[in-house]
Design a protein around this ligand. Structure first.
Ligand code: SAM
Ligand code: SF4
Length: 464
């Protein structure tokens, strides 16, 4: 389903820009900021945009939260523990504020967008100065101005779910990698998932805006672009094959490496597989969340594919791109999941042989369809199931990684190895971490590496 986005008007963007300039000139404004980010890469990229706006107001990034004049928590609410962790950490800052009364504390993102959450925050966390939802991110300049000039707590949670704000400044976490959000929100309503309720309706950016942003990143020297969205392969204006067309256009620009996530298996078309196979710069990696290997559970999850169609898509991918690395997301303990249904997930994982996976225990989210279902499983059962699943995944990954010994990988170096300062590590095009001898001078460059050994999660190699 296509929703027409509403673009934040140039007038409103100009007002926010003017607020940024006024804040930069304020004598009592925060000098330093620190953003704590929870959750997915969309959130990580939202934090880059928040940082960009704070820098445009004259602030600089503090090393940690104890050094900062403004601390922002960009929250997640996909699972209960992400929410609890965020609130626990916010509470910890209450003590810091006693010693540093001028400290400003803000919370934003998905958790704040939940119904009644902002009111709860105001009531229960009286030391929080600023709270805003996912649809208000672009308004941080005017919110901060109100906070600083009127000395009043500010809360903004809009229910306008189809907004897109173009052209906001960004402060990228690393110079060699650039994230581009190509679409926002989600319409899929998987029965367990809260994302459609807190991120709004699915809406896509204009292709020209995306290409212009990619050109800018390329000029600034990025080596890799990651396209982001909850369901990137349904990107577009309703016409068929818009996402493959976007990939081919980006490939033509000459960005050294292109990745994207997340893809929904139901929208993995032959056209997309062909675009991936034929584009020089698109990496041979696909994150393709399966969630479960049981048809009954997939149906109850409202995933709109079956085990058979998922496996057929995997075969089609491997036929077109033999060296493709596959990763996935899996949920154990969906309400009513029987042992036999769980075994279907184990056998699917054995059949596919993923390079790695994110595994989750089902967490009931108020307001979602699955939260009303009977058959919640005990922590003992879900604990055993997730341990079995992780063992199965590791066995498959070890096999897949061993098969890469002797091959050559192009590795984008991201840092020194944590265990050995004479080694560097980064990701190959297939998405697996590779370590090899090197120095800090290699960070941000792409190196050719021959794989010499493998472990569960990493590969080792020698520079060629
Ligand atoms: N849009 C992506 C997709 O469709 O795969 C992923 C979005 S979601 C933020 C990331 C992952 O969190 C999901 O793939 C799912 O495995 C997991 N997840 C979402 N809701 C969950 C819940 N209520 N309990 C446990 N895991 C959940
Ligand atoms: Fe959540 Fe499903 Fe949308 Fe992914 S596709 S964000 S799991 S509702």
């Amino acid at each position: 389903m296509i929703n027409n986005p509403v673009y934040v008007t140039p007038e409103e963007l100009a007002q926010q820009e003017a607020a940024m300039e006024r804040i930069a000139a304020l004598p009592n404004r925060p000098e330093t900021y620190h953003i704590v980010t929870y959750g997915c890469q969309m959130n990580a990229h939202d934090s880059e945009t928040l940082a960009g706006m704070l820098e445009s107001m004259g602030m600089t990034e503090a090393q940690d939260r104890t050094q900062a004049d403004l601390v922002l928590f960009n929250t997640c609410c996909v699972r209960d523990n992400a929410e609890r962790r965020a609130l626990g950490n916010v509470n910890w800052l209450k003590e810091l504020k006693k010693d540093k009364p001028g400290l400003l504390i803000g919370v934003c993102g998905c958790m704040v967008q939940k119904p009644q959450m902002a009111e709860k925050i105001l009531r229960q966390y009286r030391f929080i100065d600023l709270a805003f939802g996912t649809h208000n991110l672009h308004q941080i300049p005017s919110m901060l101005e109100t906070l600083l000039t009127q000395k009043t707590r500010v809360v903004r949670v809009s229910d306008q779910e189809n907004l897109i704000a173009e052209g906001l400044p960004q402060h990228r976490a690393v110079p060699y990698k650039g994230f581009i959000t190509i679409m926002y929100g989600c319409n899929n309503y998987c029965s367990y998932c809260i994302v459609p309720y807190v991120r709004g309706r699915e809406r896509s950016r204009r292709m020209d805006d995306i290409l212009r942003e990619a050109e800018g990143l390329l000029e600034s020297g990025v080596q890799e672009i990651m396209l982001l969205g909850q369901n990137v392969n349904s990107y577009g204006d309703g016409e068929a094959e818009t996402f493959p067309r976007l990939l081919r256009e980006l490939d033509r620009l000459g960005v050294p490496r292109i990745r994207f996530m997340t893809s929904h298996p139901k929208d993995l078309s032959d056209g997309l597989i062909a675009a991936m196979a034929e584009s020089v710069h698109v990496c041979n990696h696909l994150h393709l969340p399966v969630q479960s290997g049981s048809d009954e559970i997939l149906h109850a999850m409202n995933r709109r594919y079956t085990r058979e169609t998922y496996l057929e898509r995997v075969s089609a991918l491997r036929q077109a791109i033999p060296n493709i690395g596959l990763t996935t997301d899996l949920i154990v303990g969906f309400p009513g999941e029987t042992d036999a249904q769980f075994q279907d997930t184990v056998s699917l994982v054995e059949t596919v042989g993923y390079d790695s996976a994110f595994t989750f225990i089902y967490s009931a989210r108020e307001g979602t369809a699955a939260a009303k279902l009977p058959g919640r499983l005990s922590a003992e059962v879900t604990g055993e199931r997730i341990a079995t699943l992780i063992r199965t995944l590791e066995a498959g990954a070890q096999k897949a990684h061993r098969s890469l010994i002797g091959t050559v990988e192009q590795v984008l170096v991201e840092g020194l190895s944590k265990r050995d300062e004479h080694m560097v590590s980064g990701k190959g095009r297939r998405g697996i971490t590779v370590t090899f001898p090197g120095s800090a001078a290699d960070i941000g460059t792409i190196q050719t590496v021959q794989i010499t050994s493998s472990a569960v999660n990493t590969l080792r190699g020698e520079r060629k």
